[in-house]
Design a protein around this ligand. Sequence first.
Ligand code: HEC
Ligand code: HEC
Length: 268
Amino acid sequence: MKNIYLGVLIVTGATMMATGYAKFASAGEWGKYQVDDRRSGITYATPETRAMQEDDVENPAMTYVDTGADLWKKVDGKAGKACTSCHNDAAKSMKAVGTVFPKFDPKLKKLKSLEQQINTCRTERMQAKPYKHESGKMLGMTIFVRHQSNGLPMNVSIDGPAVPFFNKGKEFYNARRGGLDMSCANCHVDNAGNRIRANLLSEGQSNGFPTYRFKWQKPGSIQRRFRGCNKNIRSTPYGYGSDEYVNLELYVAWRGRGLPVETPAVRN
Ligand code: HEC
Ligand code: HEC
């Protein structure tokens, strides 16, 4: 069965109505990009965008993988070390690492995002300056590290010490906020598959991040996306690396559990 989108989405202030909409494609139709009723954002993309993501030569963010690979080998900071000094071959040492972040850090007693882990290694282990969250270097390194997990299933831990942070992320996801009084779930759960203005709403999965966007003309982190989605409903975005967004990252990653890592993904 082909997926048909008849959805008409009307947004008037806080009211949304969806009509005549065929919800999910039949199980397995999207192959590796679908697990149970969860689908990667690539299945909502146009065929052109999809082809671009899947072709390493056409994918405009693959140059960031190269940037990260160069930085990985580069000595930086007062300790005279590079990432390779301790982690050697990233294809081995970083394999699957991108599937488990954010994760609980016993020293911080809270969650740590992948970006924060990279900066911990830079400041504490290399005595080098931290990268800025959306800088080309941070995006390059994050994309490079996550790319080593491509194809592996998203697999964050929400047990044990992660529980309270997971619950906070879940609460954030379901809380209405902003001038439009909407929650993340209003768009990405209730209306996945419907159109909102020119956009086809996806489930808002995070398995392709950092993701290249045509709109940005460069890749951006998952938290940049959170900020954009917050602004769209006229709610004040939180800062990069804020506890609120790291907790939210964990909840969103768990929603996409089992979906393959696809970094760097390509989106409109
Ligand atoms: C002096 C040794 C050292 C250097 C240099 C170093 N790291 Fe680390 N790294 C560690 C240790 C030890 C851990 C595990 C403990 C921790 O989280 O601090 C770790 C953990 C990590 C993890 C998490 C792995 C996991 O399984 O969760 C990532 C990602 C990482 N490092 C990336 C980097 C990057 C990127 C660089 C270069 C910018 C770098 N590291 C440089 C020692 C180092
Ligand atoms: C008014 C509707 C709306 C709300 C509310 C909203 N988003 Fe989005 N979001 C979008 C649109 C439109 C896009 C781009 C198309 C798509 O992938 O759905 C998007 C994209 C995303 C993506 C990228 C998906 C991908 O495959 O690259 C993520 C992740 C995301 N949103 C998370 C969130 C989170 C978390 C919240 C709550 C803080 C939120 N969104 C609230 C409309 C919304």
